[in-house]
Each structure stands twice: as C-alpha cells, then as structure tokens.
Design a protein around this ligand. Structure first.
Ligand code: AMP
Length: 243
C-alpha cells in the first residue's frame, strides 16, 4: 500500500524551478512516499512535509513573529500566534479581548483556560495544513493540552525551535519595536521587564517538556533576519527529509 502524503516542495539545490517536473511545481504536491525518495535524490531538492507541527519558541523580542512570516511563506504552515489573536480580539472589542487586555497591558499571562480554549478553537478552523505555534505554549499546562489536542487528531509536535537571544539585546529590540508596533506592552520598560521575568519563571521551563521528548532545537537568534531564517530552515528541512 502506498502512503500518500502532502508535501511542500522547496528547491535547495543548484537546479532552477524550470528543471523541476511541472507536476511538482505547485507549492503543494500530492505524491507517494516512493516519489518522495526519488525526487530527493534525482533533483537534489528538499521536501518538507506540510503536515509538520512546529512550536516557535523564545522570549519576547526574539523574532518569533518576523520569522513565522518567512516560515509561512517558504514552508506553507498555518501561523497561529496567540498574541496576534488576543490583539485582534482587543481591536474588535470582543469579550475575550476585554478580558485579555488587562493581563497583556501588565505583561502578565492570560489565564490558561481562556488561552487554551481560544487556541484550540482557532486551530480547529484550519485543519490539515500543519501549524506553526507562535507564543504558545507558554506554560506547562498549555504544553500538555497541546499534546492532547494534537494527539486526538493523530498528530504531534514535530519540533520546538527555540530562538536564543541574550536579554540586553531583547530589551533593545523591544524598545526599538515600540516606535512602530503601537503595542502598549512594548512602550513601557516596566512591562517589558515583567514580560521577560514571566518568560523566565513560567515559559522557559516549557522547553524541558520538549527536551524530554527529544524535540528541542535551539537556534541562535542573533544576526540578520535572513541569517536566522537560514538556520531555522536547516532545522525544518532536516525534519522534512527524515519524514
Ligand atoms: P506576544 O504577542 O506573543 O508577545 O504576546 C503578547 C501578550 O499576549 C503576552 O504578554 C500575554 O499577555 C498574552 N499571551 C500571548 N500568548 C499567550 C499564551 N500562550 N498564554 C498566556 N498569555 C499569552
């Protein structure tokens, strides 16, 4: 029996797109596991399974949002940022937004029950694509709930990619971002410090959850956006080629 999977195909070798068989040129191609092997060796391409689920991890200001945009473009995953979803609820004046705003303005975490329910509801609207989780999970309870949520769908987290950036650089980046982001939680140094403290106390330990599952991948988060994206891509490609 052939296992048919859905893959994103990206060219990493020296061959151009024109050298690639027309059938496989669309971003998503459906073909068999045997074809997967053949394409990889014959055309020197990397093939990334689009159904991968990735946690993009790191402290505030590490560049998760910026890198997520590139990952979405290159690898076709669906981006789920809990911070973005909360902000769009605040903008829309929803009950959820009103509830979340106080916590966010103080640099505290929104309670787990609310956050988990929101995340699951948003993820449920976009099945079958593979997710990049940005800003979630931020507590051990969120990590356990995410495992259970994916497990019920016969899926799992394939890797946690942790962007590693020293604290002084984080503070500089957030102060710079405040000038353009319009985010109240970027504009106040005390709130920034609280977000970093909350990260160290409650969120950093979540890495252990994925280390224990052998899924933790640390990536140097200092450098240009392009340099960091290349490092992330190397991790993602290694997941794809071992699928
Ligand atoms: P972010 O955009 O990821 O920096 O998140 C902004 C703020 O949204 C955080 O400081 C928290 O107040 C809230 N938030 C985002 N994601 C979560 C989460 N997974 N759990 C709890 N609060 C969150």
């Amino acid at each position: 029996m052939l296992i048919v999977k859905r893959y994103t195909v990206c060219i990493v070798g020296t061959k151009g797109l024109d050298d690639f068989p027309p059938f496989y040129r669309p971003q998503f191609a459906v073909y068999s596991a045997i074809e997967h092997q053949r394409l990889q060796t014959q055309f020197n391409v990397c093939i990334f399974a689009a159904m991968k689920n990735i946690v993009l991890f790191g402290p505030p200001g590490a560049g998760k949002g910026t890198q997520s945009a590139h990952i979405v473009e290159e690898f076709g995953l669906f981006h789920l940022s809990t911070g973005d979803i909360f902000r769009s609820n605040i903008k829309g004046g929803t009950e959820l937004g009103i509830l979340a705003k106080g916590f966010m303005d103080r640099g505290e975490l929104v309670p787990d029950a609310v956050t988990i329910q929101m995340l699951e509801s948003e993820a449920g609207k976009h099945p079958g694509q593979g997710y990049i989780f940005d800003g979630f999970p931020r507590t051990s309870a969120q990590a356990a709930s995410l495992d259970a949520f994916l497990d019920a769908k016969g899926q799992q987290i394939d890797a946690m990619i942790a962007l590693e950036v020293p604290e002084p650089e984080l503070r500089d980046r957030l102060a710079g971002r405040a000038e353009t982001s319009g985010r109240p939680d970027d504009a106040n140094p005390e709130v920034i410090q609280n977000r970093i403290d909350v990260y160290n106390a409650e969120t950093a330990p979540v890495a252990e959850h994925y280390r224990a599952q052998d899924k933790f991948q640390g990536v140097d988060g200092v450098g240009s956006i392009e340099e960091i994206f290349i490092r992330i891509s190397e991790v993602l490609n290694s997941l794809g080629t071992t699928a």
